[in-house]
Write a protein that binds this ligand. Structure first.
Ligand code: NAD
Length: 390
């Protein structure tokens, strides 16, 4: 099988799907790797490093002609989509629930579509393939660094001849993978850290990192399916926002990471809460998206300073800002999935396997993933992404 690594084309994307180390691990399974010239440049991985590891360095045109499987980080370029043909496959983080049309377009061309975002994450044998976790870890780490860099004071307690600096008080809202990594990083920088989540099980995880868990009296457990949170009702949401405001005002730095699968990110930090913060406070919104984020007034990729001196950073693809670390981890994830899917040197699609049932989105000319297929038929109803509701 010929697996090909293409150069990512999304704006600001510096990650690459495979790092040179992976090439020797794939060869025993009958997988030869082709790499588009320059694919690793953004992550400081030169063509020569791939060639030394045994890959052939080729043009994009040769990849479309000869590759069996395209390995990507995010969606393939429009050029790739129009060049791919029957019998070829694409594996990447293709966000099929947010962009079902891509899967439909590729399915119509006979291309098999496999997306790491659909992985059943609680299966222990799937954990080496869990790219959402590996990239959230990178993002959570970087969010804490971005916050520290924007903050005009120290994170740690510093006692010097020039005076004493009190440690920064950091609040992390949403303590899944990214939130826990942000907590750990802010703690290592010396801040006094608190965490909050609607899933009660996260209390022990937050406390095990040496942070305090914030418990709200107004909102009870909102644990949903599969370890995720459920969406709050309108009343719960309002009560949560009001009670959180008091906690937010007492902190110097707030990092938000809250997500509910298939829904717009919940609004946790309202305009009133921001107005109650002290000048010089910093908010990093990892939930920032085109649909809205966890923070009023945040926009992905933009930093704004409010009239009362609060800096709001709308995070945008933080893993791409640490491309080498993120690519190393992603390369492990996608290689593990590719090896899982390969039998006798070819892809063996079999959706009776739990892992494949989650990740195989299109095959044999059809969108086979139920949730994605239902999004393509709105008349029959499906778990759509809500518009703004706050
Ligand atoms: P996520 O990115 O979906 O959401 C981030 C966090 O936001 C979650 O902790 C969620 O509970 C929280 N959240 C949602 N709405 C909120 C609200 N209104 N207020 C406050 N917080 C809110 O989460 P994730 O990082 O992908 O993790 C989701 C779950 O999956 C966690 O339970 C995690 O431990 C679990 N997980 C398990 C494995 C595994 O078993 N191997 C791997 C990865 C994640």
């Amino acid at each position: 099988m010929k697996a090909a690594v293409v150069k990512e084309t999304s704006t600001g994307e510096r990650r690459v799907a495979l790092v040179p180390d992976a090439i020797a691990r794939l060869r025993p399974a009958g997988i030869d790797v082709m790499v588009e010239s320059g694919a690793g440049d953004g992550a400081w991985l030169a063509d020569s490093a791939y060639a030394d590891a045994g890959a052939s360095i080729v043009s994009a045109a040769e990849i479309y002609r000869n590759a069996d499987v395209l390995l990507t980080v995010t969606r393939p370029s429009p050029e790739a989509v129009s060049e791919l043909r029957e019998g070829q496959a694409v594996i990447g983080m293709l966000a099929p629930l947010a962009d079902p049309e891509l899967a439909a377009t590729l399915a119509a061309r006979g291309v098999t579509v496999i997306s790491l975002d659909g992985l059943p994450r609680t299966l222990s044998r799937a954990q080496p393939m869990d790219a959402l976790t590996s990239q959230s870890n990178v993002a959570g780490y970087k969010a804490a660094l971005v916050a520290a860099s924007e903050f005009a004071r120290f994170f740690p307690l510093l006692i010097t001849a020039a005076g004493t600096a009190r440690p920064a008080k950091v609040l992390v809202l949403g303590t899944g993978v990214a939130g826990l990594q942000a907590i750990g990083t802010a703690r290592r920088l010396g801040a006094v850290v608190s965490g909050y989540d609607v899933r009660p099980t996260s209390k022990s995880e937050v406390e095990s990192l040496g942070a305090a868990f914030v418990e709200l009296t107004s909102v009870s457990s909102a644990a949903g399916d599969g370890g995720y949170a459920r969406e709050l009702t309108a009343d719960e949401r309002q009560a949560q926002q009001e009670e959180l405001s008091g906690h937010i005002a007492r902190h110097d730095v707030v990092i938000t990471t809250a997500q509910v699968p298939g829904r717009r990110p919940p609004l946790l930090v309202t305009e009133e809460a921001i107005k109650a913060m002290a000048p010089g406070s910093v908010i990093v919104d990892m939930g920032a998206s085109a649909l809205g984020g966890n923070v009023t007034g945040s926009h992905p990729g933009q930093t704004v300073v409010t009239g009362n001196g609060v800096t709001i950073v709308g995070a945008d693809n933080l893993p791409a800002t640490m491309p080498t670390a993120a690519s190393n981890a992603y390369s492990r994830n996608i290689s593990a999935l590719l090896l899982h899917l390969t039998r006798d040197g070819a892809l063996a699609i079999d959706t009776s396997d739990n892992i494949q049932a989650g990740v195989v989105i299109a095959h044999d000319g059809k969108v086979v993933h139920e949730a994605v297929a239902s999004l393509l038929q709105p008349a029959e109803g499906g778990p759509g992404v809500d518009g703004p509701s706050d």
